[in-house]
Design a protein around this ligand. Structure first.
Ligand code: FES
Length: 86
């Protein structure tokens, strides 16, 4: 039974969101981030990515300010391993 196209058959995503172990969600790719009224945040940094807080401790939400290191945030969930059969 097929569950859909294999990952290899999918087009390359424009944006990738990377879960850092015990840390933020790092968004790689061009994005716009708005508040609940639709106003744009200025994205900090110049690396072409942005780290979004997922621990709740940042004093600069929605962005990560490194506070996850001090608040004991734990999140090391892993995605399922790719199917070896492809
Ligand atoms: S994930 Fe870094 S401050 Fe929350």
């Amino acid at each position: 039974m097929s569950t859909g196209p294999s990952e290899a058959a999918l087009p390359a995503p424009a944006v990738t969101i990377r879960c850092r172990a015990n840390g933020p969600l790092v968004v790689d790719g061009p994005v716009v981030i708005t508040d609940h009224l639709g106003n744009r945040f200025t994205i900090p940094g110049t690396k072409g990515n942005v780290a979004l807080c997922r621990c709740g401790a940042s004093k600069n939400k929605p962005f990560c300010d490194g506070s996850h290191r001090d608040c004991g945030f734990q999140a090391e969930q892993l995605a399922p391993a790719p199917d070896a059969a492809g």
